[in-house]
Design a protein around this ligand. Structure first.
Ligand code: MLT
Length: 260
């Protein structure tokens, strides 16, 4: 299904019955990243998957998509569906969008679970990497995606599981250049939401990968463990949903059941 938001088509799916759970994918991903999770979760929940701006089947609204722009598109879907309370699960960039949503729409947000994600902003080094990548995207897009996407996986996992990585890469390569550049710029601009995370009274969960090179698990644990209702360390890297889906599903169910 789709809606028009700021002139752009936004694609979403809505399956199952129960408390509404919104699943938000990460950078260079789309709703298909949740394919193995939607079925099991719909046994107990109404599950809404949304393709974020410039990803999957959703169009771009501009040349920079801030996390707030993306959160506004999520709100547009939630409003059309007339849902008054949601729990959000966001993978990486989807988690950044989830925090922007929770800040903008606190009355609607019952809970937020960050999977391989963080309330912290980019450091200077990461901002520089994004600026360089956005320059390269203009001339060598496919090469850039092939190179950077596989780096999201553990070296060990890379050796063993070429097929899973190829399938995810196939989806990543479908992301239009504008979607890439706009999201990358938007992530670079995101604020530090650490204080918001600590003070917010919504149900909060964090799931980290023990060898995640983008969101180091030890830092998240040190900074946020005592500010979470649910915290889980799972063995694996930044793409836990691909490298360790069974454990991720157990953790997601754990978060959703917690304090329901
Ligand atoms: C993602 O997986 O969404 C991105 O790697 C997040 C990021 O670059 O910060």
């Amino acid at each position: 299904m789709n809606i028009i938001h700021k002139g752009a088509s936004i694609y979403y799916t809505d399956e199952g019955k129960g408390l509404p759970v919104v699943l938000l994918h990460g950078f260079l991903e789309n709703k298909t990243m949740w394919d193995n999770f939607v079925g099991p979760l719909t046994h107990n929940y109404r599950v809404i998957c949304i393709d974020l701006l410039g990803h999957g089947q959703s169009e771009c609204t501009g040349y920079i998509h801030t996390m707030e722009n993306m959160a506004a598109a999520v709100y547009a879907v939630v409003s059309i569906l007339k849902i008054s309370k949601i729990q959000i699960i966001g993978h990486s960039m989807g988690g950044y969008v989830g925090i922007a949503f929770a800040k903008a729409f606190p009355k609607i947000t019952a809970g937020l679970c960050l999977l391989n994600s963080t309330p912290r902003p980019d450091d200077l080094a990461r901002k520089k990497i994004r600026t360089r990548a956005n320059e390269m995207a203009k001339t060598q897009y496919e090469q850039l995606i092939r190179m950077s996407f596989v780096n999201l996986f553990d070296p060990e996992y890379r050796k063993l599981n070429n097929e899973d990585i190829s399938l995810a890469l196939e989806q990543a390569l479908k992301t239009p250049i504008q979607g890439y550049i706009a999201a990358n710029a938007g992530m670079s601009l995101r604020q530090d939401h650490s204080d918001f995370w600590r003070k917010s009274t919504i149900k909060k969960g964090i799931i980290v990968g023990t060898t995640d090179s983008i969101i180091p698990s030890d830092i998240e644990e040190e900074l946020f463990l005592s500010y979470c209702d649910f915290f889980k360390n799972i063995s694996g890297g930044h793409m836990l949903h691909i490298s360790n889906p069974e454990q991720v599903l157990i953790a997601l169910k754990g978060f959703l059941n917690y304090l329901c």
